[in-house]
Design a protein around this ligand. Sequence first.
Ligand code: SF4
Length: 150
Amino acid sequence: MNNSKPGKNIHKKGKLPWYKDGLRFECQRCGNCCRGEPGTVWMNKREIEDTSALLGISPNQFAKENLRVINGRISLLEYDNGDCIMYNDKGCKIYETRPLQCKTFPFWKSNLRNASEWKEQGKTCPGIGKGKLYTVKEIESRLRPELSNL
Ligand code: SF4
């Protein structure tokens, strides 16, 4: 998890980033980023409330069944195989209220360090290079935010 704030530039002032002409991305809903590898998906209070409402259960019940605490922060549980607990054979069960971390993927600082990182990410994310052309401004407003203080 990086320390960038939403919209904060990750390139040096006055220097255009390598993605100055924008980047194409359109989610293909393949689920590759939701399955297979163990990881953390942070959730904040509002996301928990919105997601509980979407599922028609109380935030407490949602927390009991789907959340864990890691170093004082709240993350979704995952199955033993690394799949997110919110993912089933129909896709993400909570797509409408999915956490910001999911909403901003793949425009994360770690993926935007350079063109090679972006290209590498494209090997597992078939949405990279397709669809809408995001401008630098749009990309940087989606950069993965630091959620630790939410
Ligand atoms: S890996 Fe990429 S295309 Fe597949 S669901 Fe995730 S964001 Fe969408």
